[in-house]
Design a binder for this molecule. Structure first.
Ligand code: SAM
Length: 303
């Protein structure tokens, strides 16, 4: 059971998302529309669409069983009415043969605030918990397994590529040294080591930020999943349907930008990007919600 105090997640770029979806909704003039949400979370974006438009039915995926449990508990009216279907799984499992075509789609990537805030999920260096970081904690390797098993060179490569840390050497050397004494099993042990080695004066970003991000991306194979799923999702759009993707860091945004460009090329010609310039949060939103500061929205429209 998920405690209600952990239910809060402030959806990002909501107005911009709704605006981007509205031409498709208006063109349908009250006829039933299908919406696919690949990253349900706490259902913020989905709820906004379903509340505003009674002609929209939705299918939502989340790989995190706790997100699906939250949806089953809090979205029961729409579930009972048959307007919403929830599926616990990775959006890379989307299959047009099984689920059909959709008018609207959203991927709001990364983790939700409840995932970050709950120590037992192991995503946060501020909260004591097992060094886990799996969104679907029923399968796959944990962050602890990476930290305790990778060679020093492998750890350097991981932190350089996914964390974009140019010189992680002193941290990785210390990890390899200290784990001989005692394996790293919890978030605070690793965060404490990074604070010690990198130094932290409680101003600015916590020095573990990029290390934890790199581990999370690796544990959940997040970049590969996006790279390998976009084509499948675009093929799941109906003609003139739109796929919106919200990313939270540059490596992810680059993948989306390049994929959308590739899909629009003459050889493929599957459609085009709706916004040539990436959409970012206005100052008013970014100042209130730190997650919004790095958010980028791109939308692709099927031919
Ligand atoms: C940023 S939150 C989504 C928030 C949601 N739009 C809202 O307003 O409540 C991301 C969610 O997507 C899920 N997720 C991330 N990658 C996923 C994937 N590849 N497949 C399925 N779910 C994923 C996470 O478990 C998390 O619950």
């Amino acid at each position: 059971m998920i405690p209600d105090s952990h239910s809060l997640h402030q959806p990002v770029l909501m107005n911009e998302f709704l605006q981007m979806m509205s031409p498709v909704i208006e063109a349908h003039d009250g006829k039933t529309l299908r919406y696919f949400d690949g990253t349900f979370g706490r259902g913020g974006h989905l709820k906004a669409l379903l509340e505003r438009h009674s002609n929209i039915n939705a299918l939502a995926f989340d790989q995190d069983p706790e997100a699906i449990e939250y949806g089953q508990k809090n979205f029961s009216t729409w579930l009972d009415q048959g307007r919403l279907e929830l599926f616990q799984g990775n959006f890379s499992q989307f299959d047009v043969e099984r689920w059909g075509h959709f008018d609207l789609m959203l991927l709001d990537l990364g983790v939700s605030s409840p995932q970050l805030d709950q120590g037992h999920r192991g995503f946060s260096f501020y909260h004591e918990g097992p060094l886990d970081m799996r969104m679907d904690n029923s399968q796959g390797i944990t962050a602890a397994e990476i930290i305790n098993a990778y060679s020093e060179d492998e750890l350097n490569a991981l932190f350089q590529e996914l964390g974009e840390i140019s010189r992680p050497y002193r941290v990785t050397r210390a990890i390899v040294h200290d784990r001989k004494e005692k394996p790293f099993l919890n978030t605070r042990d690793l965060a404490g080591l990074i604070e010690r080695v990198e130094g932290w004066h409680r101003k600015g970003h916590h020095p573990a930020t990029q290390y934890f991000l790199a581990l999370r991306l690796s544990v959940n194979a997040e970049l590969d999943v996006v790279e390998n799923s976009l084509e499948k999702l675009v093929h799941g759009l109906k003609s003139k349907g739109r796929l919106a993707v919200l990313t939270f860091h540059s490596l992810e945004d680059r993948i989306v930008k390049n994929k959308f460009k590739e899909f629009a090329e003459e050889t493929k010609d599957w459609g085009s990007a709706v916004n040539k310039k990436v959409i970012q949060a206005p100052w008013s939103e970014a100042s209130e919600n730190p997650r919004a500061r790095s958010a980028k929205l791109r939308v692709f429209e099927r031919k």
